[in-house]
Design a protein around this ligand. Structure first.
Ligand code: DQQ
Length: 579
């Protein structure tokens, strides 16, 4: 650990440097151009609440996952990276590869500012595999006039299994902001799909005033692109649509299809990262490939009250089709929620959430997500309890593992008390607010019950992951929450309570409800009802760290709750970009 005396002068200098940059250019254009050598010399950072098995960089700032792909047996993940500091700026595409998406090795930066068409930054984009098994990346470059333009890059040598070097042809940009396109709101091209009309198509996030837009472009050869007359999709009162994603889904657990698969009956998912709220929203719908229109199914709102991939700290996500295992995999960025000053001090900021397989729920209303099976390889020491009653107002400690880096799966049986659930009020439309109002301590009928994670012995520090069940007519409403308000004794932290409703029929499941929570020092990632509702939180305990972190099952509801089975595994640390 560096002493604060050593850190301070350096910090002040860096803060001054960042201040000058921001003052000069405004946040989104503050890109200093770095030499290739500078970009590749990244020594490891100081350890402080550092995650162990989540994707991260040895040091400095990371944001959006970019161009994830599977190519000839190897997974590639690129990501937005600042080679110079633990705050946003100087953005390049850092690059890592893996054979299991759990252990990652770093490679040299794939794309960084060198040309007039990206001299002010290399922002988010996607990879597409062209015929002949040739990958191509399309990304947003910030050009010399500070316009957002779309560029392509190809691997220099296809026989290099790691695709280390990427070449940006001089004919870039391939798409410019022309006509009525706002050149400072035109970014983040998706993986392209190939249609029966022999054209590639991609969408680019944009806005016209507050009209969010997915602008559609078509091309025969991936080089000459023509704007379609109409966007693939748009919505009023949305603001900027960042990082759109558009892909087909099947109602089959763990299975996915390539972006270009089009057939009758196939459903599509359309996701946008809303700049105004900083959450990822999606709808399920139909792709009319004749008129190139996406039509949401209308079963969930197409706005910022709609479905989210994750109801917590999760943004700028991107999926890819993993041809190796025939599944669709989702990556998302989880930002820090400590202060910028603390990020300077710890020398790093930002992680990617655990890669999740994603498919359409059997009810067709939403997607289901589950950590990829490879994550289970990290499970080592296992402890658990079976058939145990958690009485009203009690806790049960799960002992025997290092609970700061763990994976917990628990199934609850609520069948004996379902009738005693408290009444749901139809005015409770905002689950996050409801979780905040009720918290983990206010006694209900069934619940709050769940887990206290990253807790001290006395639970003065703890993050609560829990359910609360309500009755609405003959049906039950399930609320799932993360309450980190007591997660740390440190001051100045952003500790929002997060929540989502769980679309799951307790009468059909016989009153059974499951929860899986991945705990990793400063991140808690939870999957309710087998992945129907997901919540991620970043937390920074002061005392519940390392071997002092405890794990409890708790029940603060009036009714007792039965644990059918709870298993907790200590997790190994994978090889993570050399850390
Ligand atoms: N991050 C990138 C943009 C994108 C935003 C810049 C989303 O391309 O719109 O780092 O987090």
């Amino acid at each position: 650990m560096r002493s604060s005396k050593e850190v301070l002068p350096k910090c002040l200098l860096l803060i001054l440097f960042a201040y000058i940059l921001l003052e000069k250019n405004g946040v989104e254009a503050s890109h200093r151009i770095s030499s290739t050598e500078e970009l590749q010399n990244v020594p490891p950072a100081t350890i402080s609440n550092r995650t162990g098995y989540h994707f991260q960089s040895p040091k400095n700032w990371i944001n959006d996952p970019n161009g994830p792909m599977y190519y000839n047996g190897i997974y590639h993940l690129f990501y937005q990276f600042n080679p110079l500091a633990p705050v946003w700026g100087n953005i390049v595409w850092a690059h890592s590869y893996s054979t299991d998406m759990v252990n990652w090795k770093p490679l040299r930066h794939a794309i960084y500012p060198t040309k007039p068409f990206d001299i002010n930054g290399c922002w988010s984009g996607s990879a597409t595999i062209l015929p002949g098994n040739k990958p191509v990346i399309m990304y947003t470059g910030i050009d010399e006039q500070n316009r957002q333009v779309q560029n392509i890059a190809f691997p220099k040598n296809l026989s290099d299994p790691y695709l280390r070097e990427w070449v940006k042809p001089d004919y870039n940009p391939v798409i410019k902001p022309e006509g009525d396109i706002n050149s400072s709101a035109f970014r983040d091209p998706t993986t392209a799909w190939y249609g029966p009309d022999s054209h590639w198509k991609t969408i680019i996030g944009s806005r016209n005033g507050r009209l969010g837009m997915a602008v559609l472009y078509k091309s025969r050869d991936f080089i000459k692109w023509v704007k379609a007359d109409n966007p693939l999709h748009s919505a009023q009162n949305a603001g900027m649509w960042e990082c759109p994603d558009f892909f087909p889904v099947l109602p089959k657990p763990m299975l996915g299809v390539d972006n270009s698969v089009i057939r009758n009956g196939l459903k599509h998912v359309f996701k946008v990262s809303l700049d105004e709220t900083r959450y990822d929203y999606y709808t399920v719908g139909t792709y009319d490939f004749i008129h190139n229109k996406y039509v949401p199914n209308g079963l969930s709102p197409d706005n910022n009250t709609g479905l989210r991939f994750d109801y917590g700290n999760f943004y700028a996500s991107k999926t890819f089709f993993d041809e190796g295992k025939g599944r669709r995999v989702l990556w998302g960025w989880s930002n820090e929620s400590d202060s910028t000053q603390e990020d300077w001090e710890k020398g790093w900021a930002g992680i990617q959430t655990i890669p999740r397989a994603l498919w359409l729920d059997g009810n067709g209303r939403q997607v289901v997500q589950w950590p990829i099976e490879e994550v289970n390889k990290l499970r080592k020491k296992e402890v658990g309890i079976r058939r145990k009653i958690v009485k009203s107002g009690s806790v049960i400690e799960i002992k025997g593992i290092e609970a700061a880096q763990a994976d917990v799966e628990v199934s609850f049986d609520l069948s004996s008390s379902l009738e005693k659930a408290e009444k749901f009020n139809l005015s409770w439309t905002d689950p996050q607010k409801l979780c905040g109002q009720k918290g983990a301590d206010e006694k209900g009928g069934i619940g709050p019950f769940g887990l206290f994670v990253l807790a001290t012995d006395d639970r003065e520090e703890r993050t609560a992951v829990f359910f609360r069940i309500f009755k609405e007519g003959q049906k039950h409403v399930i609320l799932m929450c993360h309450d980190p308000t007591k997660s740390s004794k440190r001051t100045g932290l952003y500790k929002p309570t997060y929540g989502g409703f769980v679309d799951y029929d307790l009468s059909k499941s016989g009153g059974k409800l499951s929860l899986r929570t991945l705990i990793d020092h400063s991140v808690v990632e939870s999957f309710g009802a087998k992945g129907r509702t997901c919540i991620t939180s970043r937390i920074y305990p002061n005392f519940a760290v390392g071997s002092n972190a405890r794990l409890f099952a708790f029940n603060n509801g009036a009714e007792e709750v039965k644990i059918i089975e709870l298993t907790a595994w200590e997790m190994k640390k994978p090889f993570m970009n050399g850390i």
